[in-house]
Ligand binder design. Structure first.
Ligand code: 5GP
Length: 114
């Protein structure tokens, strides 16, 4: 069996990380290295899916739950508008292979694109 992901360890309280929102199947933390004024991570509690392509194929309703939770936390913490990013694969910058959505918000400008 593989090692638990960093996000599973946060969920289980093994390493620090404040859970700022939670649903039955997903939770939200602040990114430790924010790339925007507001940078949150929306994460399924299950580490079964490594990336958004696997999640969409395996459990589309959980993907919809992730998007809905992203919308809720963006409304609460980022004034509503937000960018939703799923890095998919190491060459695209994915470092944690437990699917997660980056919610980027708070006065994003053109300079932060890309
Ligand atoms: P990825 O690069 O896989 O798309 O995103 C992983 C994200 O997890 C990165 O933005 C990184 O800053 C964040 N991260 C890595 N370790 C931790 C941690 O221990 N706590 C928190 N809150 N975020 C983390």
């Amino acid at each position: 069996m593989s090692e638990p992901s960093i996000f599973t360890r946060i969920l289980e309280g093994e390493i620090p990380g404040e859970i700022i929102a939670e649903t039955e199947n997903a939770f939200v933390i602040r990114d430790i290295a924010p790339k925007a004024p507001v940078h949150l991570l929306v994460i399924p509690k299950s580490s079964e899916y490594r990336n958004v392509v696997e999640l969409a194929a395996g459990d589309p309703s959980l993907l919809a739950e992730i998007v809905g939770l992203a919308n809720s936390v963006a409304a609460e913490h980022a004034g509503g508008d937000f960018r939703l990013v799923f890095n998919t694969g190491p060459k695209a910058g994915q470092t944690v292979f437990h699917v997660h959505a980056h919610v980027l918000g708070g006065d994003l400008d053109e300079a932060s694109l890309g």
